[in-house]
Design a protein around this ligand. Structure first.
Ligand SMILES: CCCCCCCC(=O)SCCNC(=O)CCNC(=O)[C@H](O)C(C)(C)COP(=O)(O)OP(=O)(O)OC[C@H]1O[C@@H](n2cnc3c(N)ncnc32)[C@H](O)[C@@H]1OP(=O)(O)O
Length: 258
């Protein structure tokens, strides 16, 4: 096989994989797991795992024992407005969908030798690579497709300190990139961040729970423009504002190394 046909086949495998990621939000709902000891509201549903996963990896967006009562309250608030499984496999319900979250989606893909060229065995998603629950990034994303917006409930752990007692600006930027990037992927398929503008308005206390809300401004060809704000959970305090530009990419962009 020539180098060129190797490359084309690799691009096809990766294309299938990234399509699988985008379809996360359009697959039928299935019952969510709950692991929080204080959880008492009825189980709602989440989107199903894509078929490209060969087994069921841990879903980091589900509650764990480190989640504060405020984090749980908000989780229950949005989860109760998610699509729910009704009788006879039918679904009904709310406008929101919870997005599952894994620490290394590519590991679970079946892509053969071609994908192995970009899968690094020790690679982990930046925001999901600390084992201790609650130590760093605890978050869950919900998407509202009708309103083309996303909300993330984020609890910042002690390893994210920047100024004493407060969250590092880079950690906030990471979460903004993560939330707007996921939102852009839901809206437009495979994308990369081209531009991110951030205004830090007030510091985020370490250990606090905040809301990160992302909304679509406009789509123009390959460009998806998104706005984002980080606020206290009651909305009274604005912590951070951002705008982001994402460019749709052909998967061969990643194989070429940009
Ligand atoms: C599950 C977890 C989700 C997490 C999501 C996280 C997302 C990320 O962090 S991605 C990592 C960070 N981003 C990167 O590394 C990207 C690096 N940059 C690149 O690869 C490329 O520059 C890329 C793909 C953005 C654009 O390259 P390319 O596709 O060749 O576009 P290019 O032809 O230069 O430009 C296309 C258009 O976009 C515009 N454009 C490109 N870059 C910018 C920019 N930075 N600002 C404004 N406009 C831009 C161009 O002006 C052009 O506009 P027009 O068509 O109107 O003339």
């Amino acid at each position: 096989m020539t180098h060129e046909s190797h490359r084309v086949q690799m691009a096809r495998s990766l294309g299938r994989l990234l399509k699988g990621f985008q379809s996360l939000t359009s697959l039928p709902a299935m019952r969510a797991q709950r692991s929080h000891p204080s959880a008492c509201v009825p189980c709602r549903t989440t989107v199903a795992l894509p078929s490209l996963f060969s087994f069921k990896p841990r879903d980091f967006s589900l509650p764990n024992s480190s989640w504060s009562s405020e984090m749980m309250r908000l989780y229950d608030h949005y989860n109760s407005q998610c699509e729910v499984e009704a009788e006879r496999g039918e679904t009904r319900g709310g406008p929101w969908q919870r997005l599952p979250s894994y620490n290394r989606s590519l590991k679970y893909a079946t892509g053969g030798v071609y994908l192995s060229k970009i899968i690094q065995s020790r690679a982990r998603l930046f925001t999901r690579n600390i084992r201790e629950p609650g130590a760093a990034f605890e978050y869950v994303l919900f998407v509202n497709k009708e309103e083309q917006r996303c909300v993330c409930i984020f609890q910042a752990g002690h390893l994210l300190e920047g100024p004493p007692g407060h969250v590092h600006g880079g950690a906030i930027a990471t979460m903004i990139d993560n939330v707007t990037g996921t939102h852009a992927t839901v809206l437009s398929g495979p994308v990369m961040t081209a531009n991110l503008n951030i205004n830090y308005r007030s510091p985020v206390p370490l250990g606090s729970t905040v809301l990160i809300e992302s909304s679509l401004d406009t789509k123009e060809g390959r460009k998806t423009f998104i706005s984002c704000k980080v606020t206290s959970t009651d909305g009274s305090k604005l912590h951070t504002e951002a705008t982001a530009l994402f460019l749709s990419i052909n998967v061969s962009h990643l194989l070429r190394g940009g």
